[in-house]
Structures are given as structure tokens and as C-alpha cells.
Design a binder for this molecule. Sequence first.
Ligand code: CIR
Length: 266
Amino acid sequence: MNISVATVWVRGLALSFANCQREDSGPAIDVELARAHHRDYVASVKAQVHDVRELPADDRYPDCVFIEDTAVVIDHSLVVLTRPGAPPRRGEVAAVQEALGDEMELRIMDDPACLDGGDVLRVGKHLFIGMSTRSNPAGAEFLAAAARERDVVPVQMSVPKGLHLKSACSLADEATLLFDPAAGLDLTPFERLGLECIAAPEALGANVLALGEGHLLASAGAPRTIDLLHARGLQVTVLQASEIHKADGALTCPSLRIPKAGTWCT
Ligand code: CIR
């Protein structure tokens, strides 16, 4: 079955974005430039998906633009609200809960469970759950129980390096996984599903956002990965995302995708 996105939620970029969680202190974040990159991101999603909904930023939460971490969509009508692994991010969830609660059944993760949506990769009937420093076994088990409610099969993966599972791999399309060979992932569970696993020439190329019908968003920071995707006949929207990357974010993180009924998306 093909990737099919019905609705995408995005969230505004906080004025406090420069105070986001970062694994290293790195170069300073240019918030104005980040806002421009984010505007392009939202416009590019809108070019592919008719129903894009926007939540306002909350300046109390510098990372709130990374809405993917606050929720995991099981299917068109069921979503798990997470308890993000970084305590300063936990307050981001309330607004997402309020927005989604009107239309979807909610399962709400609580203490001691924690999990970031960036650790979850959907592939057809399977939900890969990465055990990173942000997600714990109780979080994975909570999510697995919600997945099983809808006959989705949870598979736990170890994430030896990097922030999240999806920092290390993502789907380019239904049949193709891009991965960062330096991340040390065990690809066996993906290969067993028949996915073609392709080493991304740049680490930033391991996280792309597949929106269905062969269309995906990729970072301008991964030009050789983009060449490779073009050569495979995929339609790639190339986005500048340097300020998002400085915040340890990639292209899946600033959106939450909901599939059409009876289908899935990643
Ligand atoms: C964080 O460290 O939580 C944020 N600065 C970056 C979150 C990126 N989210 C994602 O990969 N899903």
C-alpha cells in the first residue's frame, strides 16, 4: 500500500528558538533565517498536501516547531501524545493534544514513560521504535500497545548514535530506506520487510520527508543524496535548512502527518 497523506500539522517557530535543546553549542542560530527556512518548509508541504494546519508557536518552548516529537500517529483516527525525553520540551504537548483531540482518539503517555516522535518510523503495517537517549522502554511499550490496537506491528530498534532513529534513517518512498552508515543501525529488520536500504552519501541525507506519489523533501545540505534520489526518478523539493540542522532538527521533525483512512504515511 502506498504512502498517502491526508493532513499535515505544523507549528510556528518560536522567537526563543535560539535557546533550543542542542547536543553541542555549535554556531549561533539565526532565528530570522530559521523563520524563512520554516516558511519555505510549510509552503513546500502545502504544495503537496491540500490540508495543512498550523498551530501557533509558544515562545515558552524554544523547540515547539519540532511538532513531530510530541505525537505519534497510529492511523487516521488514533494518535499517541508523547512525553518527550527532554524535560523542557514536555510542555509542548498540551497544545497539540488540544488541537488533535477534537478529531482523533488520544492515548496519552505518562510518567515514567518517555518517547520522542523522532524515534518512530512507520513503514506500512510496521512501526519501528528507536531506543535512543530520548525514549525509554516504558515509552516504547506504551506506543506498542496503542499500535497493536489497530493491528500495527511494533518493532523495537536500538539507536547506537545520534539524537533519534529518524536522524539515522527515513523512507524516500514506500520501498526505499535512506540511512546514515555512520549511525551503526542494524538494518536487518528493514531488509526483512523487503526495503531497499541505501546509504546516504551525507548524514543530512538520511532524513528526508516522503509525502507520497514519489515526492519528497530533502535538505540542500545533502546534494549527493539529492542526485541519487533524482537518478531514481523521485521528485525532490530541496530546502535550505541550515538553522533547523543547527538545532539538531531535520526534515521530518517540523511536521506531523496523518494518513487517509485505510492508508499509512511516514
Ligand atoms: C531537540 O533536541 O529536542 C530539538 N532541538 C531537536 C528535535 C528534532 N526532532 C526530531 O528529530 N524529530
